[in-house]
Design a protein around this ligand. Structure first.
Ligand code: NAP
Length: 273
């Protein structure tokens, strides 16, 4: 019988996930299909019941439900517990287990490049949901210190506490000073939505140089202003689409117990940009 998977969120009509997963199912010859299901904020409980009724095999969770979805899970894996949010769920006859593949999905492009993160200093721009998964990921890699810069100080302070509870050193820097001192960090990671569709650059890039690793998790456009400017200054670049692809591959592997088809999924994703 055909198995159906989904992504839930709102808005959902521009999600890359259906194309990515349907390509993976087609390529691996699995009798599965994947749909986008818009569930507005406040309607999650009703939406989950509907998914159970159609015996959904599993689903991805995106904005605004990644945290609220935790209430409806029967079980959680370690990363999901650590971050306090889920982006991947399996459904076994109504028993829902949550995972968070953003954590390993974020780390994957770093590991692929064989970059050692241990004991390094990180400048993290942003303090939303994605930033939380990134801190959890870097804590697994035992970085030394994460400095957080964000438009809203209170949100940064919450994440500083979160990082410290995971055993990391962590402090705050305002956005202006972050631009002035960006060359002091091994990694500069943008986890804000600044850069999205021509929104500009989250910090000044004047001090970014050949020794900097710039990781922008924004993936539309592929070359954000931060990436473009940092590339011109010789920095190593990690693209947002790489994280997007890696987290999707990990969801596929959780659901199917099979290796995800990297090339097919990458071609599909890049073809959509
Ligand atoms: P979120 O929880 O809503 O957080 C948004 C972050 O962006 C906050 O730090 C917010 O600062 C900051 N921000 C938004 N507009 C800003 C502006 N005009 N100026 C300065 N800062 C601004 O969102 P999220 O889930 O963390 O996602 C953040 C971005 O990462 C999105 O663009 C998303 O598409 C991308 N993402 C990519 C992947 C991937 O696989 N590549 C995975 C997850 C997310 P305040 O706290 O001050 O509001």
């Amino acid at each position: 019988m055909t198995k159906t998977y989904a992504v839930i969120g709102d808005p959902i009509d521009h999600s890359f996930s259906p194309a990515l997963h349907n390509a993976a199912f087609l390529f691996t010859g699995l009798d599965c299909t994947y749909i986008a299901y818009r569930i507005p904020k406040g309607e999650l409980e009703f939406g989950i019941e509907a998914l159970k009724k159609i015996d959904i095999a599993g689903f991805n969770v995106t904005i605004p439900h990644k945290v609220d979805m935790m209430k409806f899970l029967d079980e959680m894996d370690n990363e999901c517990k650590l971050v306090g949010a889920t982006n991947t769920v399996t459904n076994n006859a109504g028993y829902l287990k949550g995972y968070n593949t953003d954590v390993e999905g974020f780390l994957d492009p770093i590991k692929k490049r064989k970059i050692d993160s241990k004991d390094s200093d990180v400048l993290l721009i942003g303090a939303g949901g994605a930033a939380r998964a990134i801190i959890a990921g870097f804590s697994k890699e035992k970085v030394r210190k994460i400095t957080i810069t964000n438009r809203t100080r209170e949100r940064a302070d919450e994440l500083i506490k979160f990082a410290q509870n995971l055993g990391l050193e962590s402090d705050y820097l305002d956005l202006q000073s972050a631009g002035e001192t960006a060359n002091k960090y091994k990694f500069v990671v943008n986890a804000t939505s600044v850069g999205l569709k021509g929104m500009g650059c989250p910090i000044s890039t004047k001090n970014i140089n050949r020794d900097s690793i710039i990781y922008d998790i924004v993936y539309v456009p592929v070359e954000t202003p931060l990436i473009e400017q940092s590339k011109n200054q010789g920095a190593t670049i990690i693209y947002g689409w790489e994280m997007l692809l890696a987290q999707a591959m990990k969801s596929f592997e959780i659901w199917t117990n099979r290796q995800a088809p990297y090339e097919a999924m990458k071609l599909t994703l890049l073809g959509r940009f």
